[in-house]
Design a protein. Structure first.
Ligand code: SF4
Ligand code: SF4
Length: 254
C-alpha cells in the first residue's frame, strides 16, 4: 500500500516538474531559427568553404604544400616567351598557366593553413555552407578556367619553344667546337707549340674536353627529354582523369 502511494506521488511529481519547465519556456524568447527563411549571422572569420580567385593565382603551389591532408591539387604549364599572362590584382607577374586547381572539400579539415601563405591572397574561406552532395566527387571544387584545347595549345607551345632552345644550344656548341678546331689547326700550321705539351697533345686534350662537354650536354638533353616526357605524361593523365570524371558526372546526371 505504502509503495503504491509512493509511486503515485513520484508520477505526479514528475508530471508537474516537466509541465513547469514547459510553462516557464512559454514566457522566454524563442531561439529557434526558421532556416532557410531565416539565417543566423555568422561569426567573423568563420571557416566554411574555400574559394580561389583563379585570375589572381600565379601557380606558386604554396597553398598545396601547406595543406596537411593533401586535398589541393594544382597543375601548371610554363608560359612561353611570347605569352603575356598579365598581372594579378596585387601586381604579381603571372608566368604559369594554371591548368588544374582542384580542392577536395570532402578531405579538407578547414585548418585554413593554405590561405595564409598565398602571396596574392586569392585563396580564401567564404561564407557558404550550402554545398552538401550525395556523391563525394561532387565535393571536389575545380577552379581552373582553362579549356582542354587551351591546355593542349599551351603544352604544345612550350614543347616547341623548349625544342627550339635545345637546337639553338646545340648549334652554338657545334660552332664553338669548330672554332676551337680551326684555331688548333692554324696553330699547328704555324708551327706554334702550345704551352704545357706538344701540339698534338693539346689538340687531343681540347678534343677530349669538347667531347666531354658534348657528352655532358648529351646526358643533359636526355634528362630534359625525360623530364619533358614525364611532364607530358603527367599532363595527359590529369586531362584523362578530368575527362573521365566529367563523363561520369554527366552520366550520373542523365
Ligand atoms: S583548409 Fe587546411 S585542409 Fe583545407 S585545403 Fe586548406 S590547408 Fe588543406
Ligand atoms: S598560394 Fe595562392 S597564388 Fe600560389 S598557387 Fe595557391 S592560390 Fe595560387
Amino acid at each position: 500500500m505504502v509503495k503504491a502511494l509512493t509511486d503515485i506521488y513520484t508520477t505526479f511529481k514528475s508530471i508537474f516538474t516537466g509541465m513547469g519547465i514547459t510553462f516557464r519556456h512559454l514566457f522566454t524568447r524563442s531561439v529557434t531559427v526558421q532556416y532557410p527563411q531565416q539565417r543566423d549571422v555568422l561569426p567573423e572569420r568563420v571557416r566554411l568553404k574555400l574559394h580561389v580567385n583563379i585570375d589572381d593565382c600565379i601557380g606558386c603551389r604554396l597553398c598545396e604544400r601547406a595543406c596537411p591532408v593533401e586535398c589541393i591539387e594544382i597543375g601548371t604549364i610554363k608560359s612561353t616567351d611570347d605569352d603575356d599572362l598579365g598581372e594579378t590584382s596585387t601586381g604579381h607577374k603571372k608566368r604559369l598557366w594554371v591548368d588544374q586547381f582542384d580542392i577536395d572539400m570532402a578531405k579538407c579539415c578547414y585548418c585554413e593553413l593554405c590561405v595564409h601563405p598565398c602571396p596574392t591572397d586569392c585563396i580564401t574561406m567564404v561564407e557558404d555552407y550550402e554545398y552538401s552532395a550525395y556523391d563525394r566527387n561532387d565535393l571536389i571544387l575545380s577552379f581552373s578556367d582553362m579549356t582542354p584545347e587551351q591546355i593542349e595549345e599551351a603544352g604544345r607551345k612550350l614543347e616547341e619553344e623548349e625544342e627550339a632552345k635545345r637546337r639553338k644550344k646545340e648549334e652554338a656548341m657545334l660552332a664553338r667546337k669548330k672554332k676551337e678546331e680551326a684555331k688548333a689547326a692554324a696553330g699547328e700550321a704555324g708551327g706554334e707549340k702550345p704551352a704545357g705539351g706538344g701540339t698534338g697533345e693539346a689538340s687531343k686534350d681540347s678534343d677530349a674536353e669538347s667531347s666531354r662537354g658534348a657528352d655532358a650536354s648529351g646526358s643533359g638533353d636526355a634528362d630534359s627529354d625525360a623530364e619533358k616526357a614525364a611532364r607530358r605524361a603527367e599532363r595527359e593523365a590529369r586531362r584523362a582523369a578530368r575527362k573521365a570524371e566529367r563523363e561520369a558526372k554527366k552520366k550520373s546526371e542523365d
